[in-house]
Design a protein around this ligand. Structure first.
Ligand SMILES: Cc1cc2nc3c(=O)[nH]c(=O)nc-3n(C[C@H](O)[C@H](O)[C@H](O)COP(=O)(O)O)c2cc1C
Length: 317
């Protein structure tokens, strides 16, 4: 039986948990196993960016932090579908989302890298490319107070090729447990569960770019968000989430977009390969003595430490 694993980052029995459970109940009705992990119950320390550290070579369980990171990674990789839900705090998701993303995903989970250079031994039995759904919940009545919520939740899906088939960008739900009396949100959460369930029950379909959610009038046709990078003097915007480029015009005073296919769209494998090639190109023009040059020029910064404070609890907990 397939399993959907949901990760939730709000308070215990709070609004995120209610909406996630509503979605999971719909999945259960479809005969799908469901699991819910409260990330705030987990012991999870921020990534120290060891770069070519043990997690990359041996998998997340080999991380220098001895905490729940390895178990969380295993739970993700063993799942057939993914849900991530988080409350908006100061415009962005609660910070545990970023800690989770950096510990479990990032370049160590980069499926494009695996497909190009070979899957590391630790990941050989793991499933790849699973469908997912995202739920962002803000309390403010003005939607722009949740502006980075959904966009940041998306960053947990990119490297491991979690194909988002539906998402809920909720605002105006602030009191503890209020979601339980918001029939509109509960209904939408049920649909989200059913949409994810449909994708999970049809694993032979490539869910990349296949959207099952409703048309909520968002700008980007790939990731269905509206957070855009708009620079003066340009006739296009770039989606802040997926990178897709849209050409802008005004029709009767209203913004219109034309979205040609874009190889830089990082939700697709093609976009990811392109990014890898871009990184490789970046390294090509380097002089032979590049490492020596960097070491020499950075010496004075390494050597000046008088300004660095030692926190009172460093190495004590
Ligand atoms: C520290 C903090 C900061 C918050 N900042 C925002 C915010 O910037 N925008 C917003 O819409 N809601 C904000 N909220 C409200 C929560 O997003 C909202 O209450 C949400 O429903 C909580 O979800 P939960 O019950 O699952 O924890 C904030 C709440 C807290 C505790």
């Amino acid at each position: 039986m397939p399993t959907v694993t949901a990760f939730t980052c709000g308070v215990r029995f709070g609004n995120c948990e209610i909406l996630v459970k509503e979605a999971l109940m719909a999945l259960k009705k479809m005969g799908i196993e469901t699991e819910l992990i409260r990330l705030n119950d987990c012991k999870l320390q921020p990534c120290k960016a060891c770069l070519d550290g043990p997690c990359k070579r041996l998998g997340p369980a080999a991380c220098i932090h001895k905490d729940d990171g390895g178990w969380l990674a295993e739970k993700f990789y063993e799942s057939d579908g993914y849900i991530m839900a988080a409350p908006v705090w100061s415009l962005a998701p609660a910070s545990i989302v970023s800690v989770f993303r950096d510990r479990i995903f990032g370049y160590k989970a980069d499926v494009a890298g695996w497909e190009r250079r070979g899957t590391p031994e630790w990941a050989k039995n793991y499933k790849k490319h699973r469908p997912g759904a995202l739920i962002s919940v803000g309390g403010a009545l003005t939607k722009n107070w949740t502006s980075l919520g959904m966009a940041t939740l998306y960053t947990t899906t990119i490297s491991a090729q979690t194909n988002v088939v539906d998402q809920m960008d909720v605002y105006g739900v602030s009191k503890h447990g209020e979601a339980a009396i918001r029939e509109d949100n509960l209904l939408r959460a049920r649909y989200l569960g059913e949409n994810l369930g449909h994708a999970v029950l049809n694993p032979k379909i490539d869910w990349c770019g296949r959207w099952l959610g409703s048309d909520d009038g968002e700008a980007c046709p790939s990731c269905h968000t509206s957070l855009m990078i708009a620079r003066p003097g340009k006739n296009y915007v770039e989606c802040a989430v997926c990178g897709r480029k849209g050409y802008v015009s005004l029709e009767n005073g209203n913004l219109q977009y034309v979205w040609p296919e874009d190889p830089q769209n990082r939700l697709t494998m093609r976009g990811k390969y392109d990014h890898i090639r871009e990184i490789e190109r970046h390294g090509m023009g380097r002089p032979e003595n590049y490492d020596e040059l960097v070491r020499g020029k950075s010496k004075k910064y390494r050597e000046w430490n008088d300004c660095v404070l030692t926190p009172p609890l460093k190495d004590k907990c």
